[in-house]
Design a protein around this ligand. Structure first.
Ligand SMILES: Cc1cc2nc3c(=O)[nH]c(=O)nc-3n(C[C@H](O)[C@H](O)[C@H](O)COP(=O)(O)O)c2cc1C
Length: 212
């Protein structure tokens, strides 16, 4: 895919926003969204135009201080297998006792989906904006991505897995020492109906503050 022309997707985004003015369908999306599984995805993934729309929506998140404390890394095509080799090598060093089948599984992690996108938190110390708030904004980016892709009918799942926390893998990704993986978002066409899971009852989570 050619480099994404940021800023060039505005017309497409407007078209989506016009559709989204139908608030009942927005609410229905929000009330029913569920993840696909990276374990059950196939081609096609998002087109480059859809990916551009998704990223334009991704960056439309609350961001205290307008720091844009996140960035993206994209894998598609051969890059997934090449990165798989790096993951396999690292896994072998961490777990020399593991056999070929496990190593093959690790090598194939990104090959499960046509497109994988890392959302990287670039949060750093700031005189006014706590790192925590910058990291929360990266989580919001991930969530916007899920909502946008789901609205486009694209299966997606937000995963981390061991490689999000491994320093050597971070180096292979080109992360700096302070950057963190907020998530690897897997995109593709689900090969099985999406299964929902029991959701918490918000009433159990809500307390009303009262002066004691
Ligand atoms: C930060 C974060 C990391 C996650 N990492 C994984 C993961 O590595 N593997 C996994 O199966 N699910 C992971 N999940 C859970 C899935 O994203 C998702 O919640 C789950 O598949 C249920 O789907 P739902 O979105 O319909 O609730 C993670 C969720 C979050 C928020």
């Amino acid at each position: 895919m050619s480099p994404l022309p940021f800023g060039a997707g505005i017309a497409r985004l407007r078209a989506i926003m016009t559709k989204l003015n139908d608030t009942s369908s927005v609410l229905s999306l929000l009330a029913s969204r569920k993840s696909a599984s990276a374990k059950a995805m196939t081609e096609p993934g998002p087109s480059s135009g859809q990916l551009l729309d998704i990223l334009n929506i991704a960056v439309r998140v609350p961001d205290h201080g307008k720091l844009a404390p996140w960035r993206f890394i994209l894998w598609e095509g051969e890059a997934r297998a090449e990165f798989g080799e790096a993951m396999k090598t690292r896994w072998k060093a961490l777990h020399p006792e593991h056999g070929e089948s496990t190593l093959d599984f690790v090598r194939g992690l990104f090959l499960r989906a046509p497109v994988v996108l890392a959302v990287v938190s670039t949060a750093s110390e700031h005189p006014k904006i706590p790192v925590w708030e910058q990291q929360l904004s990266a989580g919001a980016v991930c969530m916007n991505i899920l909502l946008a892709a789901t609205a486009m009918g694209i299966g997606c799942q937000w995963n981390t897995d061991w490689m999000a926390y491994d320093g050597e893998i971070g180096t292979a990704m080109g992360l700096t020492a302070q950057e963190k993986v907020a998530g690897f978002i897997y995109f593709g066409t689900p090969t099985a109906p999406l299964e929902d899971r029991p959701r918490p009852d918000p009433a159990d989570l809500l307390t009303r503050w009262a002066a004691s």
